[in-house]
Design a protein around this ligand. Sequence first.
Ligand SMILES: CC(C)(COP(=O)(O)OP(=O)(O)OC[C@H]1O[C@@H](n2cnc3c(N)ncnc32)[C@H](O)[C@@H]1OP(=O)(O)O)[C@@H](O)C(=O)NCCC(=O)NCCS
Length: 165
Amino acid sequence: MSITIRRTEPSDYEAMQHIFTGPQAVWGTLQLPFPSAEQWRKRLAEPPEGLFGLVACVDNNEVVGQLDLHTFPSRPRRRHVGQIGMAVRDDWQGKGVGTALMQAAVDLADKWLNLTRLELEVYIDNGPAIRLYEKFGFTIEGTLVDYAFRDGQYVDTYTMARLRK
Ligand SMILES: CC(C)(COP(=O)(O)OP(=O)(O)OC[C@H]1O[C@@H](n2cnc3c(N)ncnc32)[C@H](O)[C@@H]1OP(=O)(O)O)[C@@H](O)C(=O)NCCC(=O)NCCS
């Protein structure tokens, strides 16, 4: 099985809707259940300035994962920072897709965008995600209490960052 990473295209909106139809993908992110294809179409058609959207494709070019790297080109004092959010489709988790996406994002940040600080937020009970981030050198910087409402209760979040010295 080979995993290919490419830039997100506007035509990927149905694949995004498919990814966020999965209960695990919703559980681990800030997305809501019942994702709308139309909302994803609009979102991909008008990306904000500084967003590098990546998708992971397998086999017959099927999109099974996504990662957004937000940068801040219009904020001089945050130009060294990138913020990451990601999700792999439920039926493709645990097969190396997240690792391939994160490797591509880290390479982009280190070797092309010259970002020295990557940030992300992760629910404190999301073990697989935390292990993935630690594998790439992210460390926990703090805990945000009752950060989000998820499946009937509030959940705490770790803020994590990877500093490139
Ligand atoms: C978190 C997520 C992005 C990881 O992507 P993935 O494709 O499943 O991860 P990989 O298969 O590349 O595995 C990466 C590492 O995570 C850990 N991991 C993955 N699945 C795991 C599992 N079921 N149990 C324990 N650890 C696991 C392992 O340490 C693994 O590294 P290793 O195989 O080198 O030891 C993915 O599971 C996901 O999208 N989950 C739902 C949405 C979400 O939580 N997004 C993150 C928001 S912060």
